[in-house]
Design a protein around this ligand. Structure first.
Ligand code: ADP
Ligand code: MG
Length: 300
């Protein structure tokens, strides 16, 4: 069960304001960045629920970790399917006028991937995204985990941002900062997008100790002794996911904290023995390890 939503008043206010502006015809985008487990998904879920209640259209799609190649346009195929469910007439009309867009629709044959088709597909997507939201009822498009976006989807995001004008549209793209190694392909794209005047970057911080206290009450339904709370603060460094794991591992608040190591070990025990061995070796290398070094060390 999800704990009640806590903290994040400034972030919610910023997203609400940008969505309000989108509702009055000033399209925008927000890049929501944080380490895994800090609370990106929960924040957008919260804002999305409020937005829906206030009459906005909401579409939430996800990028998936499919390695280097990925599935081209995956989050936007999902977007188009959801938009079709929201406004079938609008989508069908635009797809009919821009046949290249049909390749994103379920059960459609893929059109050749020439540059003319690509442009038509990009323009078609921007048109659909611009056609669904109306004054006072903007479209909130959330694309989660764009650090996993394939290169076509990254291109769509860049194109879309370059076309933000008077659409009733807010794009929120979330990504994990801890996953972005130096040559990660999302890095230059994020930097480029962040320079665009319609784009705001929202760096979600880990919880402060006070926020973590509030979170603790939300998770456990009770207040936790100060000393236990301090240990959760230290061990989780304000990361909501880690804090939650630590709190849930302790059945009795007095017995808090179980060390995160124990929580992690319990998880690791569920893995294949070979994977466990890999993790054991990787763990002595610190937070990051070069793949070649790791291969050499495990004798692959
Ligand atoms: N503001 C919040 N209020 C209540 N629970 C939260 C909040 N932020 C995060 N959580 C919880 O912490 C966990 C990790 O958050 P999540 O949004 O999944 O992180 P991320 O998407 O950044 O990896 C989830 O169980 C989530 O429900
Ligand atoms: Mg998430």
């Amino acid at each position: 069960m999800n704990a009640p939503f806590v903290a994040r008043a400034d972030e919610v206010a910023l997203l609400d304001e940008t969505l309000d502006r989108a509702g009055s015809g000033m399209a925008g985008a927000v890049l929501l960045a944080a380490d895994a487990g800090v609370g990106k998904t929960r924040l957008v879920q919260h804002v999305a629920a409020q937005a829906t209640a206030a009459g906005a259209h909401v579409v939430v799609t996800h990028c998936v970790d499919l390695g280097d190649v990925g599935l081209p346009y995956l989050p936007f195929a999902e977007t188009l399917a959801q938009l079709h469910a929201l406004a079938p007439g609008v989508v069908d009309e635009i797809v009919a006028a821009r046949p290249a867009l049909a390749r994103l629709m379920p059960g459609q044959p893929a059109a050749a991937d020439g540059s003319a088709n690509r442009l038509q597909l990009f323009e078609g997507l921007v048109e659909v995204l611009g056609a669904v939201g109306t004054a006072g009822h903007p479209l909130l498009l959330v694309v989660e985990d764009v650090h996993w976006a394939d290169s076509s989807s990254r291109d769509v995001l860049r194109f879309l941002v370059s076309r933000l004008r008077d659409q009733h549209l807010l794009l929120v793209a979330s990504y994990r900062t801890d996953d972005l190694h130096r040559r990660h392909p999302w890095r230059p794209v994020a930097a480029e997008l962040a320079r665009h005047p319609r784009v705001q970057r929202l760096d979600l911080r880990p919880f402060t100790p006070d926020e973590l206290r509030e979170f603790t009450v939300a998770v456990t339904g009770a207040s936790v002794p100060e000393q236990s709370l301090r240990r959760v603060v230290d061990r989780s460094e304000g990361n909501a996911y880690f804090a939650q794991e630590l709190l849930e591992a302790g059945t009795d608040a007095d017995e808090l904290p179980w060390s995160l190591a124990e929580v992690l070990r319990a998880r690791l025990e569920g893995l294949d023995p070979e994977v466990q061995q890999l993790v054991r070796v990787a763990s002595v290398a610190g937070r990051r390890v070069d793949e070649r070094l790791l291969r050499a060390a495990v004798g692959d």
